[in-house]
Design a protein around this ligand. Structure first.
Ligand code: ATP
Ligand code: MG
Length: 399
């Protein structure tokens, strides 16, 4: 197969391929960008594979960064873009089920394609748009199939993360997993425990954010991957509840974790502990706890504007999506009206400062100031007082 026209992102990177070829080496576009372009999806990063060794790449281009030089990856900077250029390589060892003991640079494209995870990810395109397809990846693309390159069982033994990648691509692309590949996942799911939580986390969240997340999540449960993830072992029954929800896309990582927390009946400290098990970032973890609080308020009908404000007005659109997902009846108009009437978005918008409080009350700086400020903020948010210096000053004096 030959691509009629190279996509814009490939055209822009053509000088890189040309420069490498003029120096006497081979270079191809590879991986996700080739797959996504053939599927008519937007490309996010253009990866290039080459027969040149990293040192050879560095001598061809002026501006390079040693991104992962030990594994053969050099980043080349050109026209405000950066491209990862990786030397053809084979991998061997894999005694720990997660990474090769040895990476060997090779000069053959076929050898490089052989080490890739799925046939749809093992396609390469040359400067003329010719597609190199050694493992029938094009047929699998057409049939919407995720199929391991070579013997699936062996490939998951080499790197158990590939099992999570399979369900992740299933969800992102709305594909099916080929039967032998699927059987090999079911047989080897316990190997997932060998993989660092951070890497499983990354694939899990990508899966949940995919267009066909229920399909990916269903396979994740059915193939027993879930049982080998943090905090899920005894929770499979509850997790299946997520399959019975409305068809709603997950907005972001926070929405993913709050929905999981919701079906597992986790809140407060328990939710916090669960999120720590998954090594969720501090920022997302805090956002999850606040979002869960507001969701609880909405669900219980306990509509406290001060609570909602404290948990962050910016979380409301996400909470509304969660309510739709879980078919929780809420009065959106009432909520939106109440929220739009809150006079300030955050404490910075208060027309009085801590220093003003000190001056007005003639008191010394200390924790008391924070308490006064908090009372003033609450009074403004609940509209007990208007947000003007004069009114706040008067209010403060009668507090
Ligand atoms: P994305 O759209 O998420 O970037 P991608 O297919 O580009 O998808 P990457 O993780 O960026 O995925 O990896 C780039 C390519 O490297 C893949 O297409 C695949 O060929 C290869 N690859 C990545 N991870 C693995 C792995 N664990 N085992 C084998 N090959 C892999
Ligand atoms: Mg990629």
């Amino acid at each position: 197969m030959r691509l009629e026209q190279l996509p814009k992102d490939f055209q822009k990177a053509l000088p890189i391929l040309k420069n490498i070829e003029e120096a006497g080496f081979e270079a191809y576009f590879v991986g996700g960008s080739v797959r996504d372009h053939i599927l008519g999806l937007p490309i996010h990063d253009v990866d290039i594979a080459t027969s040149a060794y990293p040192e050879e790449i560095k001598s061809i281009f002026k501006k390079t960064i040693d991104t992962g030089i030990k594994h053969g990856t050099v980043t080349v900077l050109m026209d405000d873009e950066s491209y990862e250029i990786t030397t053809f390589r084979t991998e061997s060892g894999y005694q720990d089920y997660r990474r090769p003991d040895k990476v060997t640079f090779v000069r053959s494209l076929t050898d490089d394609l052989k080490r890739r995870d799925f046939t749809i990810n093992a396609l390469a395109v040359d400067h003329d748009g010719n597609v190199v397809d050694k493992f029938d990846g094009l047929t699998d693309l057409k049939n919407h199939l995720i199929k391991a390159v070579g013997v699936a069982e062996e490939r998951f033994h080499e790197d158990a993360l590939r099992m999570m990648r399979a369900v992740r691509f299933q969800s992102q692309l709305d594909f099916s997993i080929e039967s032998k590949t699927e059987q090999a996942i079911a047989d080897n799911a316990p190997l997932l425990e060998k993989i660092a939580v951070e890497r499983v986390h990354e694939e899990f969240v990508k899966m949940m954010l995919g267009q066909a997340w229920k399909k990916g999540f269903k396979a994740f449960l059915r193939l027993d991957l879930a049982a080998h993830c943090p905090g899920f072992h005894d929770a499979i029954n509850n997790l299946t509840k997520l399959l019975k929800t409305d068809d709603v896309q997950m907005l972001d990582e926070t929405m993913v974790w709050v929905s999981i927390g919701h079906v597992l009946n986790l809140s407060g400290d328990d939710l916090n502990h669960f999120l720590r098990l998954w090594k969720v970032s501090n920022q997302v973890r805090e956002e999850c706890l606040a979002t869960e609080n507001t969701l609880y308020d909405f669900q219980s009908g306990n509509f406290d504007i001060w609570n909602i404000y404290q948990n962050g007005i910016q979380n409301i659109p996400r909470v509304e999506e969660l309510c739709q997902l879980f078919k929780i009846q809420i009065d959106k108009d009432k909520i939106n009206k109440a929220v739009s009437e809150i006079p300030i978005k955050n404490s910075h918008a208060l027309k009085i400062t801590g220093k003003d409080v000190i001056d007005i009350l003639q008191i010394k700086p200390g924790p008391k100031i924070g308490e006064y400020m908090n009372s003033l903020e609450k009074a403004v948010v609940t509209q007990a007082v208007t947000n003007s210096y004069k009114d706040l000053q008067r209010y403060l004096l009668i507090l």
